[in-house]
Design a protein around this ligand. Structure first.
Ligand code: UDP
Length: 350
């Protein structure tokens, strides 16, 4: 069997790491197409080095988020390789370009992280999730809720609950991260004595939302480490946004440095999908700067507070946050999702 995986940005490099291992363990050939949606070293190459990812078979160097620009290169690779499965991950423009390319060539499509919904149609990610799920042949869900959503939508593909592949990486690497990373020393932070922040959603890196969220960060009494995408950094400069002294802007961190930082923080303030889940797995309370989330269970369990872009609510949620109880229910898998993905691909391959 041959699987062609389409990756192109930070969360996908991370998600693809345990999948590549699981495919290799089953002796399945994997062709990796890297669209080049993310091309900065700290958003791309650092993950290949740290997570031991194989050099992609195809590097398309798209250097754009434009779906139409990425699709032809992916379609070309699919047509040439004729894999048994095209595998796409998550909800980014690379996901959409990969899915459309598989459809264009007419080969089976599998979607990892299928069935997530925030209900917010203004987000490009939500529209991508719905479109990709509507024509994926195999829908690989992190939990029963996502599977139920897909059944409700009446999607034609086969639905399988596998768990979350990000949990596979997180559970395996978090202990190593805390041993190896020197990030806390470098940033002069004490475990439990700081807040981590990340921000990169389209709507949040534009005024007025950017300014309102930064106002909330500026009012936090603890040190704040703000890991900013290049796009976020450019927006901060463009909008002349002032960060107070206790807010330290850092370039995106490697997976291990970020895992060390997140897993020992007092609170995380984020608009990232992946970080909301990781915070839960690490037992760190999360404050999400969005009006909604696709990771609904984290909110229902009281582990995640949605504050939209309201600085007052952001501050109140940070101040009220307490560490998650150690007996919290497990969410989104047990660290063996990748093996289940491979099982599903093998059992359904034609
Ligand atoms: N992450 C990282 N370095 C950072 C910030 C985040 O390695 O400085 C990781 C984080 O641990 C998670 C992933 O990036 O695994 C989330 O990616 P991102 O927030 O870009 O995308 P999303 O999850 O929102 O699609």
């Amino acid at each position: 069997m041959k699987v062609l995986s389409v990756v192109g940005n930070r969360p996908q490099f991370i998600k693809s790491a345990p999948l590549s291992v699981a495919l290799r363990e089953r002796g399945i050939a994997e062709i990796v197409v890297h669209t080049g949606q993310h091309y900065d070293h700290e958003l791309s190459q650092v993950f290949f080095e740290e997570l031991g990812l194989a050099e992609p078979t195809y590097r398309l160097e798209a250097r754009t988020r434009d779906v139409g620009a990425m699709q032809p290169g992916i379609a070309g690779a699919i047509a040439r390789e004729r894999p048994d499965w095209v595998l796409v991950l998550g909800d980014t423009n690379t996901t959409l370009a990969g899915a459309r390319a598989a459809r264009e060539v007419g080969l089976p499509l599998a979607h990892v992280e299928s069935g997530l919904r925030s209900g917010d149609w203004s987000m490009p990610e939500e529209r991508t999730r719905v479109e990709v799920d509507s024509y994926a042949d195999l829908l690989l869900c992190p939990d029963e809720r996502s599977a139920e959503t897909l059944r409700g939508e009446g999607v034609p593909g086969r639905i399988v609950v596998v768990g979350d592949v990000m949990a596979d990486v997180c559970l395996r690497l978090a202990p190593i991260a805390r041993q190896r990373s020197r990030a806390l020393e470098r940033l002069r932070l004490q475990p439990g004595g700081y807040v981590v922040a990340t921000l990169h959603r389209d709507a949040n890196v534009e005024p007025p939302r950017l300014g309102r969220i930064v106002e909330g960060l500026n009012r936090i009494a603890l040190p704040v480490v703000f890991s900013a995408h290049p796009r976020t950094r450019r927006a901060l400069v463009r909008c002349n946004t002032r960060l107070r002294e206790h807010v330290t802007l850092v370039a995106p961190l490697s997976y291990l440095d970020f895992a060390a930082l997140l897993s020992q923080a007092r609170v995380v303030v984020t608009d990232s999908g992946g970080v909301q889940k990781e915070a839960y797995w690490y037992g760190i309370p999360c404050v999400t700067t969005r009006p909604s989330t696709e990771w609904v269970d984290t909110v229902e369990l009281g582990a995640n507070t949605l504050v939209d872009d309201d600085p007052d609510r952001l501050l109140a949620a940070v101040e009220a946050a307490s560490p998650l109880p150690s007996n919290r229910p497990p969410l989104y898998g047990d660290g063996r999702a990748s093996q289940r993905v491979v099982e599903a691909l093998c059992s359904l391959s034609r």
